[in-house]
Write a protein that binds this ligand. Structure first.
Ligand code: NAP
Ligand code: MG
Length: 488
C-alpha cells in the first residue's frame, strides 16, 4: 500500500473524481462501520486518485438488512412502475454519460472512445432493454389447470469485476430490479467510483430506498460476507473461475440460487473459403478489445493449414495498428492494463509462451517503448501455438493472441472445444450455413457467424467452467425469478 502523501484527491484532468467516505444503504449515504479504505489507482499514471471505504461484514449486514426491508414492497410493485424507474435511470445515466466515460477511462484505463461507445453505451442499451422487458413480460402464465406466477427470487448479492465495470453491474442490477428483486452490490475494488456514480443515478431516478445498496470493499472481506450472509437469497457473480467455484460451493451448501459468469478462452475458427482478410482483422480487434481484458475475447485464432502463413502475416500487420497510448488520446486503441498485478501476470504469460516454443510474431514481454509510467503491455501475437501450451489453455486477460494451425474440421473442433472454458467464439466460412453448422458443434455460449454483431438481448453466459446461468434479455430476467403454481 502507498502512503497518504501519494494521494491526489482530484485527478488533474477529471475534476469530478473525489474520494468517498460513505456507503449507500437504505437510500442514504451512511458512514461505514469500518475506517479502512481502498485506494483507487489510475493505471496510466500509477497515481492514487481516490479512496473508498473497505466495507466489512457489519457494513454488508446493514446493507442486506436494508435490502430485506425493501424487498416485499418492491416485489409487489406493478412491473410497469419498475420499468419507469429503469427508464429514468437510463435517462439520468445518459445525462451523465461523459462523466461516466471519463471515470472509466481514468480508473480502468480504457481508451476514452471505447469508454464512451461501449463501456457507457452498452449499459444505456441494457437499461432500456430491461425497462422494456419489465413492462412487457408476462409474469403470470396459464398452464393447463394452473396459473403460474413468476415471483422475484428476493434479496440478491451482486459481485462484479473491474473489466467492464459499469456494464457488468448494470447487467445484474437492471435484470434483478426488473424482476422485482432488491440488491446489495459489491463492486470490484479496482473500479469502485463508477459504482458510486450508478448509485447516484438510481437515487436520482427515484428508486425506492433500500432497493439498491452499494458496499465498496475487497472480495475476501465484503464479498465473502455477502456470499455467507444467511439473508441473501441469490448470489450473482461475475469474475474469475477460481473465485466462482468457491462461491458456487458455498451457495450450494446454503441452498442459495447462484448465477456465475466466469472466464473464457474463446476460439475464432477460420475455415477454408472464409474472407481471410476480414476474419483476421476482426479477430485481432476482438482479441485486443479493452486491452484483451474481455471475458469473451477470441484469444485463440484457429486457421486451416492451407491459409495459415497468410493469416499469420495478416495478423502481424493488423496488430501494428494497435499501439498502446494514453487513454485520453483520441487515437488510442489500447490503454494500460488495470493494475500492476495484471501487467505482471500478462508479461509472465508472454514469457511462458516464448519458453514453450511459440513463435513471437509481434509484441513481447518488454514494456512498450517510451512507456515507463503506466501498466502498459505490448500487444502480442504468437503463432505456432499448440493445444498443450499454457497460453492455449489458460486465460491471460491481456492483449495476447495465440494463432493455432489445424488440418481438418474435426481437428479444428477438437482444438476449439479443448479447454475447460466455453464462453464465446467466432466462426468464419464461405457461407453462413457452413459456419453455423460448425458453431453448433462448439461447446460455448455465444458464437458470432462471419462477424455477426453483438446482440444485447441475446442470452450471454458460459458452458463448462465459464459459468452457470445467463445474463441479458429475457433469459437474464428469468434468472431472478422463481415460480409459484396455483392449481384450479
Ligand atoms: P475476481 O478476482 O474473481 O474478482 C471478481 C469479483 O469477486 C471482485 O469484486 C472481487 O473482489 C470479488 N471476490 C474476490 N474474492 C472473493 C471472495 N472470496 N468472495 C467473494 N467475492 C470475491 O476476478 P477479476 O480478476 O476481478 O476479473 C477478471 C475475471 O472475470 C476473468 O477471469 C474474466 O474472464 C472474468 N469475467 C467474466 C465475465 C463473464 O461474463 N463471463 C465478464 C467479465 C469478467 P476484489 O474487488 O477485491 O477483487
Ligand atoms: Mg483503478
Amino acid at each position: 500500500t502507498r502512503s497518504a502523501s501519494h494521494i491526489r484527491p482530484v485527478d488533474d484532468r477529471i475534476m469530478h473524481i473525489a474520494s468517498r467516505t460513505k456507503i449507500f444503504v437504505g437510500g442514504t449515504w451512511q458512514d461505514p462501520a469500518t475506517t479502512d479504505a481502498i485506494e483507487d489507482v489510475n493505471p496510466a499514471t500509477e497515481q492514487v486518485i481516490a479512496t473508498v471505504p473497505a466495507g466489512n461484514a457489519a457494513d454488508v449486514d446493514a446493507a442486506v438488512g436494508a435490502a430485506r426491508a425493501a424487498a416485499t414492497d418492491w416485489a409487489a410493485t406493478d412491473p410497469r412502475q419498475r420499468a419507469a424507474v429503469l427508464g429514468a435511470a437510463r435517462d439520468e445515466l445518459k445525462v451523465r454519460a461523459d462523466e461516466a466515460a471519463d471515470l472509466i477511462a481514468t480508473e480502468l484505463g480504457a481508451p476514452i472512445q471505447l469508454a464512451q461507445r461501449l463501456h457507457v453505451g452498452l449499459p444505456l442499451t441494457v437499461l432500456d432493454s430491461f425497462a422494456a422487458l419489465a413492462a412487457g413480460f408476462e409474469f403470470t402464465e396459464k398452464i393447463g389447470n394452473s396459473v403460474v406466477r413468476a415471483e422475484p427470487v428476493g434479496v440478491v448479492g451482486a459481485i462484479t469485476p473491474w473489466n467492464y465495470p459499469l456494464h457488468q453491474v448494470v447487467a445484474k442490477v437492471a435484470a434483478a430490479l426488473a424482476a422485482g428483486c432488491t440488491v446489495v452490490l459489491k463492486p470490484a475494488e479496482d473500479t469502485p467510483l463508477i459504482a458510486y456514480l450508478l448509485a447516484h443515478v438510481f437515487q436520482t431516478a427515484g428508486l425506492p430506498d433500500g432497493v439498491l445498496n452499494v458496499v465498496s470493499g475487497t472480495g475476501p472481506v465484503a464479498g465473502q460476507a455477502l456470499v455467507d450472509h444467511p439473508d441473501i437469497d441469490m448470489i450473482s457473480f461475475t469474475g474469475s473461475t477460481a473465485v466462482g467455484q468457491r462461491i458456487g460451493g458455498s451457495a450450494g451448501g446454503a441452498l442459495k440460487r447462484v448465477a456465475l459468469e466466469l472466464g473464457g478462452k474463446s476460439a475464432n475458427v477460420i475455415l477454408p473459403g472464409a474472407d481471410l482478410g476480414k476474419a483476421v482483422k476482426v479477430g485481432v480487434g476482438n482479441a485486443f478489445l479493452n486491452g484483451g481484458q474481455t471475458c469473451s475475447a477470441w484469444t485463440r485464432m484457429l486457421v486451416h493449414a492451407s491459409i495459415y502463413e497468410e493469416a499469420v502475416a495478416m495478423a502481424g500487420e493488423a496488430a501494428v495498428k494497435y499501439p498502446t497510448g494514453d487513454p485520453f488520446d483520441a487515437g488510442t486503441r489500447i490503454g494500460p492494463l488495470v493494475a500492476e498485478r495484471q501487467r505482471t501476470r500478462v508479461r509472465d504469460y508472454i514469457d511462458i509462451g516464448a519458453a514453450a516454443g511459440a513463435r513471437l510474431v509481434t509484441g513481447g514481454a518488454q514494456p512498450p517503448e517510451g512507456r515507463d509510467v503506466g501498466y502498459y503491455v505490448r500487444p502480442t501475437v504468437f503463432a505456432d501455438v499448440t493445444a498443450d501450451m499454457r497460453i492455449a489453455q489458460e486465460e491471460i486477460f491481456g492483449p495476447v493472441l495465440s494463432i493455432m494451425r489445424y488440418r481438418d474440421e474435426d481437428e479444428a473442433l477438437e482444438i476449439a472445444n479443448g479447454t475447460k472454458y466455453g464462453l464465446a467464439g467466432g466462426v468464419w466460412a464461405a457461407d453462413a450455413e457452413t459456419a453455423s453448422a460448425f458453431a453448433a458443434r462448439m461447446r460455448t455460449g455465444q458464437v458470432d457467424i462471419n462477424g455477426g454483431a453483438f446482440n444485447p438481448i441475446a442470452p450471454f453466459g458460459g458452458f463448462k467452467s465459464s459459468g452457470i446461468g445467463r445474463e441479458l434479455g429475457r433469459h437474464g430476467l428469468t434468472e431472478f425469478l422463481q415460480y409459484q403454481s396455483q392449481q384450479f
